[in-house]
Design a protein around this ligand. Structure first.
Ligand SMILES: *Cc1c(COP(=O)(O)O)cnc(C)c1O
Length: 408
């Protein structure tokens, strides 16, 4: 996808990028300072509606909160989705503030502390067990509180998925219990005082290849239907993971959601209905729900030419939007889509390099990109900033103030 498509996704008004129905410069005035993150409510809703319209009706949609834990976003999505997946005590707190009931909140991640586990058991949420140590801690918390914890076993699958930006299953992993160990773990712990509702398999993240995602889901259903025979009661929870990617750089092609959905229809009507009739399949998404709905807005502080190369120095940078600088796990740095937000309809006339205000060459936001002419005080927008932005960035680095975040 190219930057023009990203501008088109938000739309324009009065020659400016439109965010939350407002021209960007007016939104900037409303926010009162730059830089800031803005998330567009209507685009969030469109995303959810599109997913709902193609996925099988029985599939539950879960929001992996770590992609964007801003409470307003979580509240908004909670009214439209079925579940929330959390990975820390703070996220637990944010999830329980929503209208989603505790039994629809799941807690994944290695290294849950005993204190977090105790809070989760007291809340009545679903704890996803990642090791036998965790199983014992959950059972101990249940004993102590006089409650029967709800758990699922997170399984490290015996297959790996190619094409993921981040692989989180297959081979040796800190995540989950290896598939081949699960039967023995269930023999030892499944009747020891917890309700074991099912399994979670998360193979990887940021995948743009529908065929690979579909294959991972088929193999997950296969794996889980075998493991379900080791449960003392019928399988009720099967979390198929997600991994749906979004296009970040120009060479990326958007995911063929219809193809992923068609495969899910086959699985739901076929093996899931036949072999696990009481299970509700869950698809758990982070960036696919929120990533494209958000922008990072910065203001040009300086424009300078060094030996023939034009630099726009903006008041934001990698301390807020690390991923755009290429330092969030990317093997090769490529430009995220950018635009001059208050001149979004003008044609590109020059090649510039956008850098942040940090005193390090790593703080590069866009290298040699074509843009309309931008001057001091113009607004430079970085797209695809709705997921893994502010909370995935080193905000304390260089000690600049935190940016605002708005849902409009
Ligand atoms: C991070 C994470 C997700 C979300 O990944 P995205 O790429 O943002 O969709 C989903 N499930 C689990 C278990 C995760 O750790």
């Amino acid at each position: 996808m190219n930057p023009h498509e990203h501008v088109a996704g938000f739309g324009t008004v009065d020659g400016e990028l439109r965010v939350g129905g407002m021209p960007l410069s007016r939104l900037a005035a409303r926010v009162g300072s730059t830089p800031f993150f803005a998330y567009d409510r209507a685009l969030l809703d469109q995303r959810v509606d599109r997913l709902r319209s193609v996925l099988p009706a029985g599939v539950e949609l879960s929001f992996a909160m770590k992609a964007n834990p801003m409470p307003a976003i979580v509240q908004h999505l909670a009214r439209r989705l079925d579940r929330i997946d959390i990975a820390s005590g703070l996220e637990l707190h944010t999830a329980l503030d929503t209208t989603i009931s505790a039994d629809k909140v799941s807690f994944a991640g290695p290294g849950k502390t005993p204190a977090e586990i105790r809070r989760a058991v007291a809340a009545g949420i679903l704890v996803e067990i990642e090791s036998t140590t965790e199983f014992r801690r959950v059972l101990a918390a249940g004993d102590e509180l006089g409650l029967t914890p709800n758990v699922a076993v997170r399984v490290n699958p015996d297959f790996a998925v190619k094409g993921s930006g981040m692989r989180m299953g297959g081979g040796p992993q800190q995540f989950g219990i290896d598939a081949e160990q699960v039967p023995a773990v269930l023999r030892e712990y499944a009747t020891a005082g917890a309700n074991v509702l099912g399994f979670h398999v998360f193979a990887g993240s940021q995948n743009l290849n529908a065929a690979i995602i579909a294959e991972a889901q088929r193999r997950t259903v296969d794996l889980v239907s075998g493991l379900a025979e080791h449960l003392p009661s019928p399988l009720r929870y099967i979390n198929l993971g997600g991994g749906f990617g979004i296009p970040y750089v120009e060479k990326d092609q958007a995911l063929d959601l219809a193809a992923v959905a068609a495969n899910l229809h086959e699985l739901v009507d076929g093996p899931i209905a036949e072999r696990m009739p009481e299970a509700s399949p869950v698809i758990e998404l982070g960036r696919y729900l929120v990533g494209e709905c958000g922008i990072y807005v910065t203001r040009v502080l300086d424009r300078k030419v060094s030996r023939g190369k034009t630099f726009l120095v903006v008041d934001g940078g990698m301390h807020h939007q690390l991923a755009a600088s290429g330092n969030f796990g990317q093997a090769i740095r490529r430009n995220y889509p950018v635009a001059v937000g208050n001149r979004a309809e003008l044609a590109s006339v020059e090649v510039v390099t956008v850098v942040g205000c940090l005193c390090t060459p790593l703080d590069l936001l866009a290298n040699d990109v074509e843009l309309p002419r931008a001057d001091i005080d113009d607004l430079i927008v970085i797209f695809q900033a709705g997921a893994y932005g502010l909370t995935a960035s080193p905000t304390a680095f260089l000690g600049h103030p935190a940016p605002a975040e708005v849902l409009v």
